[in-house]
Write a protein that binds this ligand. Sequence first.
Ligand code: ADP
Ligand code: MG
Length: 503
Amino acid sequence: MVMTVRDLDPGVTAFLAGGAKQLLIGGRWQEAASGKTFATHNPATGEELARVAEGDREDIDRAVRAARQAFDAGPWPAMTAAERSQVLWKLADLIEERAEVFAQLETLDNGKPITAARRDDVGGTVDYFRYFAGWPTKVEGATIPISVPNTFAYTLRQPVGVCGQIIPWNYPLMMAAWKLAPALAVGCTVVLKPAEQTPLSALYLGQTCLDAGIPEGVVNVVTGYGDTAGAALAEHMDVDKVAFTGSTEIGRTILRASSISNLKKVSLELGGKSPNIVFADADLDLAREGAAAGIFYNMGQDCTAGSRVFVEAPVYDDVAQYIADHAKKLKLGPGLDEGTEIGPLVSQEQLDRVVGYLNLGPQEGARVLSGGARATEPELQSGYFVRPTVFASARNEMRIAQEEIFGPVVSVIPFRDVEDVIAQGNAVAYGLGAGVWTNNLQKAHRVAAGLKAGTVWVNTYGGTDPALPFGGFKQSGHGREMGSEAIHLYTEVKSVLINLGEN
Ligand code: ADP
Ligand code: MG
């Protein structure tokens, strides 16, 4: 029997009840200055889930002022490292207590399977805050043996200041956590702009931050559209840093906004078109499974999705067919059904975009081994469902293999040998992730060294860890999140020289 979350958690019902969700600015929930609101939809049904305040320039300005006040004069950056650590740990505990509410909100708003929302999105968020809760007491400078006579030198790492954080819709809660946790750990204050498609979990996180004792003005959440609220944040003269995860196109806009305003620091985590490489000598059961999971997880709406599967010629047909058979077996359905493996795409816009590529593949000469169209089941018609799709006989030059589709669509491309696959793997604008499946140690290391990618997985795919740097080469971005690298993103280094006198 298929289990469904029929009765929503009372916390979810309470959260969705009442009027439009408001903005969190300076510790208070408030309407947008314009009074405008917009709708967020359930992608499994197309129905309106809630209305949300439509923040714009004036609201961003108010939020930045609140964050500035909290940074310059508030208790957050001034409190002891141990105290900040405790508050972040408390926040992680509260998220864990409210895990089911977070998971259901995420599934309702984004569409993803509830099992993944619970385990990965919410579980990953709790782990992430716990990891960064340990950092405040470990943000160290150095003493440096300079060659200026009688002079002592050291460095301080200080919080960069007011941070604008612009979040995508594919992992709404987890992407907010990736950005908030290190910023908060070092004592920064934040204006968070969730994606307009999926604002709900970030709003609930804002309330949870207040409940955990994070002082007012430290975490501000302004919902709204990208070209209004997002642009205002990226261009703001009093924001010290912007962290962005989203499309490469908007990444360029963010860099431009910095360059024409105050040269704020920018970190970017952008698109990907990651190669997932299967050598004939690999453990093929493991490799085929990994290649399928690498693209179909989160409906392919993942910047590290292994959307180009390269297969060594002798096992090409076998691997391509396996992925297609696997795709055909995946259970499509609303994310709240416990048995669902493939939920809807996030929005009508994303559905149209993905269907465009489904039509393009055959025109470019690729063969459809599975999927290739929207789902046809009557009960899936009102949602944004597409069938997981495998394109065989694909070539790396095709647009389906060069452009980020951000859907459950994989191009399976043959290769000859190590040199060939490194060249093909790198012949793309992006460089976020890469996978290699082989039982040959030399090949594994050669390919890992040769691919231009921020993360290379060998005989596994897609895992991340709060302690491990994550980010992109080439047009996949600037900077690394996670681990000590994230602490560096949110701190400035100050060199201090002290004249020790003559004697
Ligand atoms: P997608 O096209 O898949 O929605 P985007 O890169 O457009 O991805 O969106 C990622 C985030 O960037 C969202 O929060 C969105 O609102 C925001 N955004 C979009 N356009 C802009 C912009 N011009 N300036 C700042 N933020 C933007
Ligand atoms: Mg966009």
